[in-house]
Design a protein around this ligand. Sequence first.
Ligand code: SAM
Length: 243
Amino acid sequence: MAYLPDKESKAKYVQETFNSIAKDYDLINKLITFGLDKSWRRLVVKRSELKEGGIGLDVCCGTGMLTMEQARAAGSAGRITGLDFSENMIDVAWQNIRDFEFKESIQFIQGDAMDLPFENNVFDCATVGWGLRNVPDIFKAVQEMVRVVKPGGKVISLDMAQPMTPVFKEIYWLCFNRVIPAMGKLFSGNKKAYDYFHDSAKAFVHQKELAGIFAKAGLIETRYLNLCGGVVAIVEGRKPLVG
Ligand SMILES: C[S@@+](CC[C@H](N)C(=O)[O-])C[C@H]1O[C@@H](n2cnc3c(N)ncnc32)[C@H](O)[C@@H]1O
């Protein structure tokens, strides 16, 4: 059983953990998701309704993969910001966009998802990929995303979820319990970090409950969309035009 930090020590623990695995993150993410991560990120951006020339925010951007998908959708006239509190993940993100077509429209900044350094109502959309289960207070982080998105804009999370189908559910958890820690140990030599990813995914709120948190934070049209039988889910909502 790995260490699941309490609310008070979580931010520091998570920051250190991601700093320690930054250079291996992209490879392991690809292996763990069987290469499906790219199509899931694309779907998130499609659902974000980000348009050519749009202004997007990617919270907990890590190595910038979802940020880059936003930039692709917004094109060269777009302005996309990736925010993360791990300096090593951000370093990798800058390296990842070195030869990227739309690198001029991207900026990465170091900051806290719980206290976004932006004015109200500035972004056309805000996405967060595999980020919410890592923050000490999910509601506060969602509230922050809602605050900085323009009225009518969308807030979207992509994260691990809870499959519900009997038998598939049991088989999935059996594999998940073995695969994630084993891969982490094999490829990064950092078993503790991947034990944390495993345990934090298991402890994460159900996608239906997360949609409820989105609604409580003031979003409308909240819903969740299961991917791969609910192994992963997109949870989304729209900031109302008034109120
Ligand atoms: C699993 S990675 C996801 C990276 C990326 N979104 C992706 O699609 O692959 C989670 C990221 O969330 C960041 N993070 C966790 N808590 C944070 C917080 N409170 N503020 C900012 N970033 C945070 C971590 O540093 C890490 O880079």
